[in-house]
Design a protein around this ligand. Structure first.
Ligand code: SF4
Length: 305
């Protein structure tokens, strides 16, 4: 499989088939918490990367052979940098009925063609981690032409023209964007955006920079109350995976690890392997030098070696 990965248990969407339409690592940001690693190509120019028909064929083939709750365009960078995003979603929808989501950092929503492409999706999940320029630069390290005013305006314009659900993710990082003043301003601005859900997250996977520390769950819950009833904390997986018995586990686990570090529990949920089987397989892959593990907080994570 070249473009799809998973299905993986998504914290927000359930059992999600990822569609990676951006090569590593094209992004408009270089977030300190990024799980993929440092941005090598920081850009705001949209490009055509892959053949939309081939992407749609691969998605449809996978949906036909396994259970998928949602098809999620995301990937090894910012998906709206792919100028074929709208065409790809349309082609996928011609072939399957599964809902389509797009996870975006929201940085290009001020562009009309980006808003038009995203309008094809059934749900859009943008992020907003700061509302002041200083914090924006600290957390997201954006491409130099971007500023936080443009990002917030883009979110407002998108909301005005998109009637389907928008779920806004806010990644909170210890001592970086959890200052009471920043949070107070964020609550004000986010309340004015009219999004359907506000989803708080923190660093629970190995980040790009060690300075990106997690906020404890109790504190996150208190912050959540500031945002009101549409807000929730999203920090755990609940669904169990289901992949055909003949699947090549090593390949599937490796493809997923290329995009997300996983714990043993994540691998169990992503696959239909038992905990023992998953551990044995990961150990064998580690022994072969395919993956490596390390500890973050209370968890042991696996990444591609
Ligand atoms: S977290 Fe998302 S937006 Fe931030 S650098 Fe990584 S891919 Fe880009």
């Amino acid at each position: 499989m070249r473009y799809v990965f998973g299905p993986v248990p998504s914290r927000r969407l359930g059992y999600s088939l990822g569609v990676d339409i951006i090569p590593p690592k094209y992004c408009t940001y270089d977030c300190i918490y990024c799980q993929i690693g440092k941005t090598t190509d920081k850009d705001i120019r949209r490009k055509s990367f892959y053949d939309p028909g081939l992407v749609a064929d691969e998605v449809a083939g996978t949906v036909a052979s396994t259970r998928v709750d949602v098809i999620t365009f995301s990937g090894s960078g910012e998906p709206t940098l792919n100028s074929d995003l709208g065409t790809m979603i349309r082609k996928v929808k011609e072939k399957v009925d599964t809902p389509v989501a797009v996870i975006t950092n929201g940085s290009l929503l001020h562009e009309k063609d980006v808003r038009a492409d995203l309008a094809e999706a059934d749900v859009v999940l943008p992020s907003l981690d700061a509302v002041t320029e200083e914090v924006f630069r600290k957390v997201n390290r954006p491409q130099s032409f971007l500023d936080i005013g443009k990002i917030i305006e883009g979110l407002k314009e998108f909301r005005a023209g998109y009637a389907k659900p928008i779920w806004l993710e806010i990644m909170l990082i210890k001592n970086i964007n959890d200052d009471p003043d920043e949070l107070r301003r964020m609550v004000e601005i986010v309340s004015s955006l009219g999004v359907d859900r506000i989803q708080l997250n923190t660093v629970t996977r190995p980040p790009s920079e060690e300075t990106a520390g997690r906020i404890e769950k109790d504190e996150l819950k208190q912050i959540c109350e500031l945002f009101g009833p549409r807000c929730e904390v999203i920090c755990s997986f609940e669904k169990t995976g289901e992949i055909p018995a003949q699947a090549d586990w090593t390949e599937i686990i490796l493809e997923t690890l290329k995009r997300h570090p996983l714990t043993l529990a994540d691998v169990v949920r992503t696959t239909s392997l038992s905990r023992f089987q998953a551990r044995t397989r990961l150990k064998a892959m580690e022994k072969k030098g395919l993956v490596k593990s390390y500890v973050l907080g209370d968890d042991l994570f696996y990444v591609v070696a």
